[in-house]
Design a protein around this ligand. Structure first.
Ligand code: NAX
Length: 323
């Protein structure tokens, strides 16, 4: 068997953590023949809850799990890790404005970026799930100057999966018949689910639905899906978010079969400001992500992409002192 891969998960006692850890430990992320070590980071008040989660992991007797570490120190959590899944973040509290939230999370992701820089493997793959995911990822990346910016990504795979599922329901087709769909921009209500490059059974997706459904129903439904789940379930999506995180890392390591969506460091592709963490249509091969080139974008798509870019620029400027 291969040497164990070391995986850090932050916010491990939270609800996404609870849905995520058991799938990682079962082999769903890196495969059934890949042993793993899991390093779990929490804040001191959550250490008791984390202990309970670790007891449950032990009680599964997962053959692939070689070691489980619990800590409240980022430096210990990231020591030598190959993969870091940054799930924990500060939720919006009563009376908190957006900038307060950016600030509170800024402190977390500054410290975690520095700890990754100094302690993780140099080719560590970092996935940020905790919101605001793109800007938290930007803060971590900018505080890790010795790591390649390409090592950092923010999760838009849940939005991607939501977009595929909603389209498949509308056209009464199978999920696997849909190809080429992508999410652009920020993981927020400005994200742009792009059907222009998507196909259903090899035919343009936009031939299968009306433009008014696409613009007036589909896009808002994807953008607001997180809020719809909160209002139905009373808490935010957890199992589907964990599933998306598993898929994001699996594709990053093993490669993609179709275009996927990932928030990655922009090198200016499609005119997006360099250095933003921007969700693009992405393919992965040999662990390297590439933005799909030459995608045709009409004026409508361009305006949506510019709006989500503008929001990310605003968020970046609000945390400029942390970068
Ligand atoms: P929970 O509040 O259940 O769990 C968060 C956990 O993070 C808590 O246990 C908390 O103690 C821990 N935490 C806080 N600060 C920490 C720190 N400095 N170091 C380590 N751990 C820390 O939230 P949960 O539902 O699990 O969601 C986690 C994050 O994912 C939230 O920011 C949420 O908004 C975000 N999401 C992102 C999604 C995406 O698609 N990118 C979708 C789902 C989810 O909304």
């Amino acid at each position: 068997m291969a040497d164990p891969v070391s995986i850090a998960v932050t916010g491990a006692a939270g609800q996404i953590g609870y849905a995520l850890l058991f799938r990682i430990a079962s082999g769903a992320m890196l495969g059934n023949d890949q042993p793993i070590e899991i390093k779990l980071l929490e804040i001191p008040p959550a250490m008791d809850a984390l202990r309970g989660v670790v007891m449950e992991i032990e009680d599964c007797a997962f053959p692939l799990v070689r070691n489980v570490v619990m800590t409240d120190q980022p430096e210990a959590a990231f020591e030598g890790v190959d993969i870091a899944m940054l799930v924990g973040s500060r939720p919006r509290g009563p009376g908190m404005e957006r900038n307060d939230l950016l600030e509170a999370n800024g402190a977390i992701f500054t410290a975690q970026g520095k700890a990754l820089n100094d302690h993780a493997a140099k080719d560590v793959k970092v996935l940020v799930v905790g919101n605001p995911a793109n800007t938290n990822c930007l803060i971590a990346q900018r505080n890790a100057p010795d790591l390649d910016p390409a090592n950092f990504s923010a999760m838009t795979k849940l939005d991607h999966n939501r977009a595929i599922a909603q389209l498949s329901q509308k056209v009464d087709g199978a999920v696997e018949d849909i190809k080429g769909l992508a999410i652009w921009g920020n993981h927020s209500s400005t994200m742009f689910p792009d059907l222009l490059g998507a196909t259903v059974n090899g035919k343009p997706a936009l031939d299968a639905v009306s433009q008014s459904w696409y613009e007036d129903e589909y896009i808002p439904a994807i953008q607001q899906r997180g809020a719809a789940i909160i209002s139905a379930r009373g808490s935010s999506s957890a199992a589907s978010a964990a599933n998306a995180a598993v898929e994001h890392v699996r594709e990053w390591v093993a490669g993609t079969e179709d275009v996927t969506s990932m928030g990655i460091y922009s090198n200016g592709q499609y005119g997006i400001q360099e250095g933003l963490i921007f969700s693009y249509p992405v393919t992965v091969s040999g662990g390297t992500c590439s933005v799909e080139e030459n995608r045709v974008l009409n004026a409508f798509a361009q305006s949506k992409i510019e709006a989500t870019e503008a929001e990310l620029i605003e968020e970046r400027d609000a945390v400029a002192h942390l970068l």
